[in-house]
Write a protein that binds this ligand. Structure first.
Ligand SMILES: Cc1cc2nc3c(=O)[nH]c(=O)nc-3n(C[C@H](O)[C@H](O)[C@H](O)COP(=O)(O)OP(=O)(O)OC[C@H]3O[C@@H](n4cnc5c(N)ncnc54)[C@H](O)[C@@H]3O)c2cc1C
Length: 592
């Protein structure tokens, strides 16, 4: 276990490469888990692509059942409740390799193992856990999570579903309507959120459909017809005087929003993982197609325009993996640290994930946005064939689109990540203020013109990342000073800040992964450098837009000059040569 960071602390600390975990470090047991998940998807899912595209909901259910038989639905669930009780990294790994073959199955899997199981695991009483978890862990029963309502989406705490205590005090009677509920068509175990009487906040409950006294008290709308994930069951759910035993409340009354958010925090990290193998598969198809397709008498993979896309897509996968597994291990270590300190495992899981809520939002946004771009470029590489249902790109592109909407839209997650950082700083939990003040002082001073010794591998890249952190602290510190508590209303600026934050976290993850596991002349180092080079431009764009919009006169001039100083690449890489190196490697190898 390394030196355990606090959530958000990456912004103010230099992280040594040996503290970063990545895919290169999987244990033998984890490699077996990865291989068996991948082998299952290749055998049971890929050959049935057409059926998944034709709204074969029964196939999704049947495949989920098989995943249950293999133990892949119970990775996180402790052994005493019928699961495998593996750590957070293994959970991410299973999610990564189960989800890559098909978006419908990925959604069913994520909804079941994540938001459909976790609220009971993390907040259920011992009786509820014993009653519901074994069936969920083995796939004897499937789970759904009912939070969203027609008028309560992003504003999830504003739902109208109501719970009222029965006269004998033994049940809650639930009335209301939920919308967009994944797995609703075949789930038995429903986690749902309702307000008791006129409470301010929602409360969580869990119930099996099969145990309802009146089966008609839980009814469903028709399957929604969707742009993508066509075989994922998505329905409205109606509660009509539905009776739930009072013991089936999760956690405490009025505490449901916290449960919903904590389940979503895990869901967000896992959503990043769920996109990884999808990205790899899109990339591999693209490499193979570009090697086979001939135009002007040669394979299209010989054209610079295609090689650039392959290099960028490969880089995207490398960076996404770096950030996802770095965070997975941070969460796992935090949980272990809390357990070692005497905390009960359930509580430690909660705290561990909550600690890294900022990073969870960063990952969710970065990887889901990138997956859609990867699929888009995949279509482009296939040309006209990419637009056809006969190749895998078209469905991959439609399926990728949902990642930017569910588990909190990407806008909400961007606002949340920056908002949480500000709140932690205000509460004194994360000292962003002292480093921000030190940067103001540095800006007033005369810059050093000495060129440091950057001969060590990745030393300049790491120095740049340190400086990029200063950009974030400089811009957000100044904006906070100007707007004070009103800063939360400045969404344009917060979105700029979030772009800077996301680029820093992901670029740092990739650079440290390359430093720890690869050599200076490796293709992985080239990808980390390529990504950083492009991240700097995105950070400059976001920071500049903010600075010219809220700062004026001398302050504006000083910050713009600081921005130039903090984004300087002394020995700029030859970007075309790096791109060519990455493209040549994967095109020749034939896959990522
Ligand atoms: C296929 C699918 C499966 C789903 N599965 C489930 C499930 O299993 N369980 C479940 O409970 N829900 C589920 N959802 C619901 C999903 O989580 C919501 O759709 C999502 O949270 C957005 O809510 P909304 O659709 O009401 O959009 P809205 O909240 O109406 O948002 C519309 C737009 O406004 C923006 N916006 C909203 N508020 C703000 C704000 N404060 N600041 C800035 N921008 C804002 C959003 O980013 C978005 O661009 C699913 C949705 C889909 C499409």
């Amino acid at each position: 276990m390394g030196n355990i960071l606090k959530g958000g602390e990456f912004l103010i600390k230099e992280i040594p490469a040996n503290e970063i975990f990545s895919l290169e470090e999987l244990s033998e047991e984890q490699k077996m888990l990865r291989d068996s998940a991948k082998e299952f998807i290749d055998r049971e899912v890929i050959p049935h692509h057409d059926r998944f595209e034709k709204k074969d909901y029964a196939l999704t259910e049947e495949t989920m059942r098989k995943l249950g038989e293999m133990g892949l639905l119970g990775i996180t669930v402790p052994e005493e409740y019928g699961g495998l009780g593996m750590g957070f990294v293994s959970t991410m790994l299973a999610c990564d390799y189960v989800s890559g073959g098909n978006g419908s199955l990925a959604t069913a899997y994520g909804a079941h193992t994540g938001i459909g199981t976790l609220p009971t695991l993390l907040y259920g009483s011992e009786e509820l856990k014993k009653k519901y978890l074994p069936d969920l862990a083995t796939g004897t029963k499937f789970g759904a999570y009912c939070l969203t309502e027609p008028d309560a989406g992003s504003d999830a705490n504003s739902g109208k579903t109501r719970a009222k205590l029965s006269e004998d005090g033994k049940h809650y009677i639930i009335n209301g309507q939920k919308m967009w509920i994944s797995n609703a068509g075949f789930a038995d175990t429903f986690t749902l959120f309702a307000k008791i009487d006129d409470d301010k906040n929602i409360t969580g409950f869990v119930i099996n459909r099969s145990e309802l006294e009146n089966p008609e008290s839980l009814t469903f709308g028709e399957e929604e017809h969707k742009l993508g994930i066509r075989s994922s069951s998505t329905r409205q759910v109606f509660f009509n005087d539905m009776k739930i035993p009072v013991e089936n409340m999760l956690g405490e009354r009025n505490n449901g929003f916290k449960i919903a958010l904590n389940a979503l925090n895990v869901g967000r990290i896992k959503l990043a993982a769920a996109n990884l193998d999808g990205q790899r598969r899109i990339l591999n198809h693209s490499i193979q197609y570009s090697n086979e397709r001939k135009q002007f008498g040669v394979a299209i993979s010989t054209f610079g325009a295609i090689r650039k896309k392959i290099a960028e897509m490969s880089t995207g996968v490398f960076v996404s993996e770096a950030g996802s597994y770095r965070l997975a291990k941070n969460v796992e270590d935090k949980i272990e640290e809390l357990v070692a300190g005497g905390m009960d495992h359930q509580q430690a899981e909660l705290k561990g994930v909550e600690e890294f809520a900022v990073e969870a939002s960063i990952l969710k946004v970065f990887v889901s946005d990138l997956t859609q771009n990867t699929a888009d470029e995949g279509i482009q590489i296939y040309g006209g064939m990419g637009f056809s249902e006969d190749t895998p790109m078209e469905a991959a592109w439609r399926d990728a689109r949902i990642g930017r909407i569910y588990e909190g839209t990407n806008e909400i997650n961007r606002l949340l990540a920056v908002g949480m950082l500000i709140k932690r700083a205000m509460k004194g939990e994360l000292d962003l203020l002292s480093p921000a003040m030190a940067i103001s002082k540095e800006l007033m001073g005369i810059p050093s013109f000495e060129v440091p010794d950057y001969s060590a591998f990745m030393s300049e890249e790491k120095a740049i990342i340190s400086n990029l952190k200063k950009v974030f602290l400089m811009v957000s510190g100044a904006a906070l000073q100007k707007f004070m508590m009103d800063v939360e209303k400045q969404q344009h600026l917060l979105l700029n800040a979030s772009e800077i934050l996301n680029q820093i976290y992901m670029a740092e993850s990739a650079v440290l992964r390359a430093e720890k596991h690869f050599s200076a002349d490796s293709v992985e180092a080239a990808m980390a450098q390529l990504n950083l080079y492009k991240a700097i431009d995105k950070i400059i764009a976001g920071a500049k837009e903010g600075i010219v919009s809220f700062a004026e006169g001398d302050e504006q001039r000083m910050m713009l000059s600081g921005l130039r100083r903090f984004t300087k690449y002394t020995n700029s890489p030859n970007v075309v040569a790096l791109t060519e190196k990455v493209a040549a490697h994967y095109i020749e190898k034939g896959h990522y």
